[in-house]
Design a protein around this ligand. Sequence first.
Ligand code: NAG
Ligand code: NAG
Ligand code: NAG
Length: 810
Amino acid sequence: MQSGSSFVFSSKSIHYNRISFFNIKMQRLHFLLIHSIFLFFLFASSVVTAQQRQSNISLGTSLRPTTNSSWPSISKLYAFGFYPRGNGYAVGIFLAGIPEKTVVWTANRDDPPLPSNTTLLLSTEGKLVLQSAQGQGTDIANQNFVSASSASMLDSGNFVLYNSSGGIIWQSFDYPTDTILPTQRLQAGNELFPSVSETDPSTGKFRLKMQRDGNLVQYPKNTDDTAPYAYYASGTDGQGDNVTLNLGVDGHLYLLNTSGVNIKNITKGYPTGGVLYLMRVDWDGIFRLYSHNLRPNGKWSVLWESSKNKCAPPGLCGVNSYCVLNDQKPDCKCLPGFASVNQSNQTSGCERDFIAESCSNGHGPVKFKIQPLENTLWEDVSYFDLSETTKEDCQQACLADCNCEAALFKSDDSTCRMQRLPLRFGRRDLGSGSKTFAFIKVGNASSDSNNVPGEEKKYLGTSLIITLSCVFGASTFVVLATCGIFIHRYQAWSYKRIPGNGNFRLCEDVAPISFTFAEIEKLTDGFKEEIGRGSSGIVYKGTMMRCNKFVAVKKLDKALAEGEREFLTEIKVIGRTHHKNLVCLLGYSFDGPNKVLVYEYMSNGSLANLLFTPEKQFNWIERIGIARDIARGILYLHDECQTQIIHCDIKPHNVLMDESGCTKIADFGLAKLLKPDQTNTFTSIRGTRGYVAPEWHQNLPITVKADVYSFGVVLLEIICCRRCMDQNFPDDQVVLEDWVYQCFDGGELRQLVGNEEIDLKQLERMVKVALWCIVDEPSLRPSMKKVLLMLEGTVDIPIPPSPTSFLTCI
Ligand SMILES: *[C@@H]1O[C@H](CO)[C@@H](O)[C@H](O)[C@H]1NC(C)=O
Ligand SMILES: *[C@@H]1O[C@H](CO)[C@@H](O)[C@H](O)[C@H]1NC(C)=O
Ligand SMILES: *[C@@H]1O[C@H](CO)[C@@H](O)[C@H](O)[C@H]1NC(C)=O
């Protein structure tokens, strides 16, 4: 049998099949027939004796892709070792005993294919490692520094490492990739990720999560665990925090709660005996139960699938395209006015079929119109909502707003949700009662068909004229076209934290309301409850009787820089900035002894309060999200709103959290509103000590890069959960930026986060971004747009220089 099996593995022509289980190569049938009969008996007998007999792989044993390439289980049904992948090999577990060498587990699946001179070694030190020809080692199993004494490929398909007393120190069943085998479990908190495609085992677009709330749910890969993204759910939430997904040897797929009680049958049990079952999340996002008869001519068949609708998984089609079923097959269609990015790859997404030079109107002919698209579903990440509106008003509102590139209108609640590109997760909405319309802003000359010929593109490209309210419209569009997808991801992060309505509705009166001072007094009950104190004034809590909502009322204690007219102009500018990550200005009062600004109320207080209070601290993932949210807010102020706004005072005290934990920047626009205090040189600097860029001290012109600097300091604080200046630390750690640079330079970044469990690569990326933001020379600092791209990891970050100045945090 040993020789028979090595024949199988050295023969490259054997088909290692990941997905389409159904192609049996005819010329090999006679061999397979004999093989399968043999296996059937083997399998049947091995079930009985599996406990006593197991393969024993001892230390010092190795495998090579081309010669001795795998360790089979006793029954030879499964094997652990090399299998062909792309133009090289991968290490994994596959069904060696059936004609289609179905892969059920892959080690380090996102690594590139391995060259044929790689060695897989169970070393004499008890480590399972891959060794390249140059001698570099890559771990296959996360052994946590425990040495193995032996290893075994079990007949269940589980590959196990044992310690000297026979205890299991690592097993592949604990680290499933896309497949669950009989007797394997998906533990609470764990996820399965499908492959990219039939031939590429890297992590694909979707995930199946066994949630800690007891619910088994499918989502696209990079989203929050929230209902709007879910496309399959077992509906077992609230059943305890340790529910597991189990597969029986009879193909019975079920959920057990903490005490081992069956709380849900996903499938029934099927006949056993010579039949193999497995469950897998397929690359198309649907998870299926398969069976394979071990008799001759046996083949894979689907017994059950999580959805019959192949368009159900959101994101099957790329951005700006949507999935429609064509004869049960999914088909990706571009939005009107868009064309496919890659004609030969349906799921690559779509881009505008003309170059949008500006946001329209005014002097020249109107360059945009709206094209409706009925009954499609999209990700809802609006930057602004209009309620109680009509379809017509929704279209008009989108046309009139430079930032709006599409609007989603739901006729059942008459809301118009304005969005930027790209639109994600598009799919036709079959049969749901609610009527939804997507209104897409397209170039006026764009034809109704999806493809616009080249001449038309040129015509549009050369003739668009800049105007309307959006001063930065042109750049906004270009920015959005290029980096919109990344921004989009960040917006997705904050989704969880923003319930449908919430504070946003308060902002629907687009312009801030003017209050009399008497009204303000009533609102705050005579300035009774102080909730904060800042550089520009004291903040009180108030209640808007009209809608029974809390507001934050800021009494400005500084003299105003300009007269009433300028004040009102500035208020208008601030009032017109609408962004999820900016605190909304609801109103103002310019009458009476004090100038007052009325903001939406942020019930969770400031980031400073949350970040520097150990009990309230955020975890790493949340902190990354907060950093991105802040960056998005600043990017909007710098690049995307009507008038460029330099905040001048970015610091954790000016970053607030609302009741759902959404991060918002406060006090933007105040820098222009308030007269700088001339009495002392230090406070003439508008920013706050520790966060101010060196150019403030050097009498140099202040640009948006000053905000980038402050953001860098805040980012360091977010990474390390401490203040940029803290005397409680040892001398060399008092100034955060120096300490961080030391750690970075010395390759000891782990020190920064103590024993918190984090992704070190991500940590390094965050630190590099922060260090670039705080370089002395403003022109070397990245723009906020660049910062966002770097935070996401989509662009490479060069090694940052030392922040040479010690001026900034003393
Ligand atoms: C595997 O083999 C080693 C030495 O060859 C032996 O010490 C060990 O007990 C064996 N383990 C099992 C589980 O048979
Ligand atoms: C699941 O099916 C088994 C029989 O296969 C049955 O005994 C059990 O009650 C079912 N559980 C639920 C929650 O329906
Ligand atoms: C387009 O897609 C095909 C198929 O996926 C791929 O081979 C090709 O490289 C892609 N072309 C471009 C320009 O990305």
